[in-house]
Design a protein around this ligand. Structure first.
Ligand code: AMP
Ligand code: TRP
Length: 327
């Protein structure tokens, strides 16, 4: 099965990104039957307000993070989106078969318009056609993402279907692959999804020190004695990071207490913080080492781009022929 997914370089990774998407990437690349493609969606990230001086560092940091988490260039093709200009060319072609009204209906578009009222650029609207191109240019069949991207995959399938009908059967209709925790909620407002845009207290970054994690979990909204979304979110985070038998048993007990309305947050929260900090200990060490060798990280992306570009060029050539551009 050919699998693809991307992630934007726009600040630090948080446990929502990890539990919603990257955890699955690491699982999927283990199966040698899968052909995995993962990329840094730098073109997409330009649709949000950004600082040009910081962008290249964000790209390099994200690549370093992904390698430190265990993405393996021997098992997966890892590359930078903007290295493959064919994505943008295919997105343009898709723009001609998608309707403005379909794009305007996207939840993420509506949310982002509210967040950056001063910068409602056209790329915010056409974001899903570039995403469809990212996926379909490799004829990928499955896309591991968080729940917030499911709607973009629906429109990707619509685009594929429409192209196949209007021209000639060319693309598969890719499906999302979701984790158990496809929607991790914010620590400060558990009715919203965890996101960088709600401030550092609302999320746990993978690079947070054990002390910072403890502080953030301590101030996370919970639901003493009740059944609010804060408690459920913290418990599901505990469940996702419980790996050993003991940790799983511990989770069962905390969960029972929560159901009975008598979870002791003074005990639960420090354990949760400890669990998360421990889970990412190896990552933090790997990250420290890899950060000393940016040339290696760049080389991984260069090699990845080389592999990606040959497939992307082939698809674009096929598409151009089918739509009548080849003379
Ligand atoms: P982004 O940072 O928006 O590029 O997101 C990268 C990946 O993380 C995508 O697959 C998202 O769906 C996923 N993701 C982002 N935030 C969350 C969240 N709060 N819960 C689960 N998955 C998430
Ligand atoms: N839109 C995705 C996000 O915000 C990132 C992304 C861009 C992506 N292109 C993609 C994900 C293609 C999967 C496949 O998280």
């Amino acid at each position: 099965m050919r699998i693809i997914s991307g992630i934007q370089p726009s600040g630090e990774l948080h446990i929502g990104n990890y539990l919603g998407a990257i955890k699955n990437w690491l699982e999927l690349q283990k199966n040698s039957k899968n052909e995995c493609w993962f990329f840094i969606a730098d073109y997409h990230s330009l649709s949000e307000d950004y600082e040009p001086k910081e962008k290249s560092k964000e790209i390099l940091d994200l690549a370093t993070d992904l390698l430190a988490l265990g993405l393996d260039p021997k098992k997966s093709v890892i590359f930078q989106q903007s290295d493959i200009s064919d994505h943008a060319a295919l997105a343009w072609i898709f723009n001609t078969i998608v309707k403005v009204s379909e794009l305007e209906r996207m939840t993420q578009f509506k949310d982002k318009v509210m967040v950056q009222k001063q910068n409602v650029n056209a790329a915010l609207l056409t974001y899903p056609t570039l995403m469809a191109a990212d996926i379909l240019i490799y004829k990928a069949e499955a896309v591991p993402v968080g729940e917030d991207q499911v709607q973009h995959l629906e429109i990707t399938r619509d685009i594929a279907k429409r192209f196949n009908t209007r021209f000639e059967k060319t693309f598969p209709e890719p499906k999302p692959i979701l984790t158990e925790t496809a929607r991790v909620m914010s620590l400060s407002d558990p009715t919203k999804k965890m996101s960088k845009s709600h401030g550092p207290k609302s999320y746990i970054a993978l690079n947070d020190s054990p002390e910072t994690i403890e502080e953030k979990i301590k101030s996370a909204v919970s639901d003493p004695g009740g059944k609010g979304p804060g408690g459920a979110n913290l418990l599901s985070i505990f469940k996702s990071f419980a790996v050993t038998r003991e940790e799983k048993t511990e989770y069962e007990q905390f969960n029972k207490d929560h159901d009975a309305g008598k979870l002791m947050y003074s005990k639960f929260k420090p354990r949760l913080a400890e669990l998360i900090a421990g889970y990412f200990a190896e990552y933090r060490k790997n990250h420290e080492n890899l950060a000393k060798d940016p040339d290696y990280v760049k080389k991984v992306l260069e090699d990845g781009a080389e592999k990606a570009s040959s497939i992307a060029q082939k698809t674009l050539k096929e598409v151009k022929k089918k739509i009548g551009l080849t003379i």
